[in-house]
Ligand binder design. Structure first.
Ligand SMILES: Nc1ncnc2c1ncn2[C@@H]1O[C@H](COP(=O)(O)OP(=O)(O)O)[C@@H](O)[C@H]1O
Ligand SMILES: [Mg+2]
Length: 283
């Protein structure tokens, strides 16, 4: 679905490359989380996936990015939008229409999709994101979480195979953040959409993603299955990526000599770990 070979990008007015020889290959229906400190190049990477770079942001671009087989240099952003749906960090900036229905129709109209088809796509994408009841709402009356889901619905109305999101929960409370990740999980599992999500809340990545990509200073520092990436506690701590509480708990138990097993990545696994430690202590 995504093939990145030797990608480097240097913004016009900067000295350091924002991306420095990135190589990544992401397969169909993967759910990939991207984390790393501020300035690591996470947003720049997402902009390279939807063609905003190099079509709209200027700089020195090296290497090759292919999404769904389409080279991002050779295909316009509009063409790429059929393959990659994008949700930017600030939904306010992305929403342009006054009603939810019009917002979803907007991208479809730009691509000259026939009227009847547009109506069907609006219904479908609202259903897929679990916000059918918002169809006739004014976009100004939506909460932050609802706006994010409208932005996701608008992106998937084009039926992309890939959905790229840049910090979609940054403005949301824990409940709103969970709603977004449950929506992403559904899109991934039921509709086979490949998800690439930049996210600061490492616990969410740990619970939902099958793979994590950790970036630092324009490089991919660690890339692999979620559990094995989170096992690199020392590296993550060093670059300032917080570990999920469940992993920190495991680390404390390990240091105290109470636990030797694998790092848990979700609450259920942490529960099992603690039960095991307690039953061994009782013996
Ligand atoms: N439009 C821009 N013009 C110049 N430099 C930029 C621009 N956007 C980002 N940068 C620089 O590129 C680097 C990577 O930024 P970014 O991709 O936004 O990182 P992240 O999303 O991980 O915080 C940073 O050093 C940042 O200052
Ligand atoms: Mg960013």
């Amino acid at each position: 679905m995504i093939e990145i070979n030797g990608l480097s990008f240097l913004y016009n007015d900067s000295k350091e490359p924002a991306l420095n020889n990135i190589n990544l290959s992401i397969g169909e229906s993967e759910f990939v989380g991207v984390a790393g400190p501020t300035g690591a190049g996470k947003s720049t990477l997402t902009l390279c996936l939807n063609g905003v770079i190099p079509h709209f942001l200027q700089g020195d671009f090296y290497g090759e990015v292919k999404v769904d087989g389409k080279d991002t240099v050779e295909n316009s952003c509009a063409k790429l939008a059929y393959s990659v749906g994008s949700v930017f960090q600030d939904p306010e900036a992305q929403i342009v229409s006054t009603s939810v229905e019009d917002e979803i129709a907007f991208g479809l109209e730009n691509l000259n999709i026939p009227r009847v088809e547009i109506a069907a796509r609006i219904k479908e994408s609202l259903q897929m994101t679990g916000i059918s009841e918002l169809r006739h709402y004014s976009t100004s009356q939506l909460s932050g979480g609802q706006k994010q889901r409208v932005a996701i619905a608008s992106a998937i109305a084009l039926r992309p195979k890939i959905l790229v999101l840049d910090e979609p929960t940054s403005e949301l409370d824990p409940k709103g953040s969970l709603d977004i990740f449950n929506t992403l999980k559904k899109l991934n599992e039921e509709y086979n959409i490949t998800i690439v999500v930049v996210e600061q809340k490492i616990q969410l990545l740990s619970e939902y993603c099958s793979r994590l990509v950790i970036m630092e200073k324009g490089n991919v520092l660690i890339d692999g299955a979620t559990r094995s990436v989170l096992a690199n506690q020392d590296i993550l701590q060093k670059i300032g990526v917080s570990s999920p509480p469940v992993t920190r708990l495991a680390q404390m138990l390990k240091k105290a000599g109470l636990y030797q097993g694998e790092f848990p990545i979700n609450v259920e696994e942490a529960y099992l770990m603690v039960s095991k430690v307690l039953s061994e202590k009782r013996r």
